[in-house]
Design a protein around this ligand. Structure first.
Ligand SMILES: [Zn+2]
Length: 687
């Protein structure tokens, strides 16, 4: 929801990487090459082996190779490289432990204070502190830690870590997980910190490609009032302007059960196909100068048909730019040498193969066909491809919001009142009085400007912040509901910072986990108010399961397409935008015919290619369905157990890899099975 989750340490470092602009201008792509030859590396390894025993051979080889991959001109010549390695390699395990402890302490100070500084600098923007001044905007956008990574290369701390703490790929981590101790995990997280050093101008290209793609999509609006059918009728409101694809999709969703709904939906679908195929006239993008019939591909002005030029594959040009910029980073990333690996293995910490299997298993499960049958019956017609966005499983709550508003306004006249009530809420959720006070004492509730968010601390001794908006009339139910969600974030942030055994393992594996915990708290909002849950709980849950299943089915297909398109680009790096368009359409139709045609009964739709994320946020899409599965699994597991104990137990695993976290938390890896089982139950309730 609206939470502003504080970035885990690795993300901070990655951000610091991407903000490093202070490298000398000579560091251009063409001039950059690796300074340390194979020969030098081998000599250094041999010298280290002589100095230390054989038992260290794995660490020596790994360490020297890691330092060599990061070493650049300004770091010193070949002899300095060798001397650095010989002087700084730690062979003794107690020396290594001492080094880890010292580094951990220093990083907690650095990340903790940078985080506090950012929180304070942004207060005029986030809190109700009067009119926002120009200076507040400038300093709010200032990132104090942006040069940290380069500083750590300059003082050689980054090399020291790379030399002594091996970086393991996700596959290695998964293989070793069973044998690893908590200390091994902490060392591995330290090893993850300096695994690439991408030249500033390449990072600059990535940022330019990404900004351009964002701008392209942000300015891609369709003037719906200018769309006409065969009878030259304008069936949408005259002033309706919608952005691709979110606006188009949401309008399509809102037309189930609306007057003329089906005709409107078909017209929106037709617009989408024109965008995917790039047959859309350039004249109608972001402009209301012409009337356009997307079905017949005819353009009109003043009642006369006009000639037009189709969009010149611009959509795919942006995708290609992103591909070129991101793949240019490959050779500076020895652990994850393709963007595909960086997006899945490094960022999500799930392999491409794991995600592919998970999604295909889900979308080919027999329950999907049953849900489709139910939708068909509810619609009273055959399914059409755009019914991937069927919206009819949303339920209206039967709670009396006015009554709830009265209760929350009385109970929470100010943020301080909410803060004072937090220990009681935590006790009601099952924490002991002592523990509830301990956690609540580490969370400050501040008056927010916006809807609110949760911002965690990054060092012990600092508080997490729960931001909520309380008008002078008191907190209304909606704000209270959001505040309970944010409280979930803050509790997670606090437990995983204060009670974790190793600082570098604080947090959870990724945002899907942090959201799952927050939603679990939010689901208890009525209970915490002393109100009973809605009467038709079983039916509400059944609808939620069906809705969850159908939206997962939709977005998993889109994510698979994204995955296959990136594979195609890696196989065809010199493709033209037109060739890429053809490939995307072909792959979209293949995915459709394999997994959606059997359910919909309609062949050859390329609709899965309409998502804007594919253009603006390369390979990000898979995060959504994976997040939903994780959330559902945790929810189902916690449902009939002691809430506080289970949550605490899960959280104290910290930031290990997602599959291991899930095994520890719910006893199995990430899976669609709990969702599908809930769907089976739901199908018996909803007819
Ligand atoms: Zn959230």
């Amino acid at each position: 929801m609206t939470a502003k989750n504080i970035l885990p340490v690795l993300t901070i470092l990655i951000m610091a990487f991407s903000c490093t602009n202070n490298q000398p201008k000579t560091d251009t792509v063409d001039q950059f090459d690796f300074k340390i030859s194979e020969e030098t590396k081998n000599e250094t390894i041999r010298a280290l082996m002589e100095k230390h025993s054989d038992i260290n051979s794995f660490r020596i080889e790994k360490g020297v190779n890691q330092v060599a991959a990061l070493w650049q001109d300004q770091d010193g010549d070949v002899n300095e490289f060798k001397t650095f390695c010989l002087d700084n390699f730690l062979s003794d395990s107690s020396e290594l432990e001492l080094a880890y402890n010292k580094i951990e302490r220093n990083f907690e100070i650095i990340f903790g204070l940078y985080n506090s500084m950012t929180i304070k600098l942004m207060e005029p923007l986030h809190l109700d502190m009067g009119e926002i001044h120009h200076i507040d905007n400038i300093m709010g956008a200032y990132s104090p830690s942006s040069h940290l990574t380069e500083d750590l290369f300059v003082n050689k701390m980054a090399f020291y870590i790379a030399l002594n703490f091996p970086a393991y790929s996700l596959t290695d981590k998964a293989k070793k997980a069973e044998k690893w101790t908590r200390k091994d995990w902490a060392y591995a997280r330290l090893g993850d910190m300096f695994i690439s050093r991408v030249p500033a101008d390449i990072l600059q290209d990535v940022s330019i490609a990404s900004t351009n793609a964002d701008t392209y999509i942000a300015d891609y609006n369709i003037y719906m009032g200018n769309l006409i059918n065969e009878k030259m009728e304008q069936i949408f409101p005259k002033d309706l302007v919608l952005i691709t694809h979110w606006g188009l999709r949401d309008e399509l969703k809102s037309n189930y059960n609306a007057e003329n709904g089906l005709e409107k939906q078909r017209m929106i679908y037709s617009v989408m196909l024109n965008i995917v195929k790039q047959t859309i006239p350039s004249e109608v993008i972001n402009s209301g100068d012409y009337l356009w019939n997307p079905n017949t591909a005819k353009l009109y002005k003043d009642g006369k048909e006009q000639s037009f030029s189709a969009e010149p594959y611009t959509r795919y040009e942006h995708l290609l730019h992103n591909f070129k910029a991101l793949s240019a980073m490959d050779k500076y990333n020895p652990v994850y040498p393709t963007y595909i690996e960086r997006a899945y293995d490094e960022s999500m910490e799930l392999t491409r193969a794991e995600i592919e299997t998970l999604f295909i298993e889900f979308i080919t499960s027999p329950q999907i066909a049953e849900v489709a049958k139910l939708i068909k019956q509810r619609l009273g017609r055959d399914l059409e491809p755009f019914d991937i966005w069927y919206d009819g499983f949303k339920t209206r709550t039967n709670i009396n919001e006015e009554e709830l508003n009265r209760i929350t306004r009385r109970r929470y006249p100010s943020p301080a009142a909410f803060e004072n009530d937090m220990p009681r809420m935590l006790i009601d959720l099952g924490w002991t009085r002592e523990k509830a006070n301990y956690i609540a004492n580490k969370i400050s509730v501040d008056p927010a400007r916006g809807a609110g968010h949760a911002w965690g601390a990054e060092m012990k001794g600092e508080n997490a912040h729960l931001r909520t908006r309380v008008p002078s009339t008191g907190m209304d139910y909606k704000a209270y509901n959001i505040a309970t969600h944010e409280l979930g974030h803050n509790v997670e942030q606090t437990i995983t910072l204060y009670d974790i055994d190793y600082y570098l393992l604080r947090g959870v594996p990724n945002t899907a986990f942090t959201e799952a915990i927050a939603f679990l708290f939010q689901a208890n909002d009525l209970k915490l108010l002393g109100q009973s849950a809605p009467t038709n709980k079983e039916e509400t849950q059944a609808y939620a399961a069906l809705d969850n299943c159908w939206s997962a089915f939709e977005i998993m297909g889109v994510s698979l397409l994204d995955m296959y398109v990136w594979q195609w680009m890696y196989e065809n790096p010199d493709a033209s935008p037109k060739e890429l368009q053809q490939a995307v359409e072909k792959i979209a139709v293949e995915v459709w015919n394999l997994y959606y045609y059997p359910v919909f009964g309609v062949k050859d739709s390329p609709i899965l290619a309409i998502y804007s994320h594919m253009i603006t946020s390369p390979l990000y899409l898979a995060n959504y369905p994976v997040g939903h599965l994780i959330e559902f699994q945790i929810e189902q597991y916690v449902k009939d157990k002691q809430f506080a104990d289970e949550i605490t137990r899960m959280l104290l695993q910290g930031q290990i890899i997602p599959q291991e976290w899930m095994k520890g938390a719910v006893g199995s890896e990430i899976s669609g099975r709990p969702t599908l089982q809930a769907v089976e139950k739901a199908l018996k309730i909803i007819k």
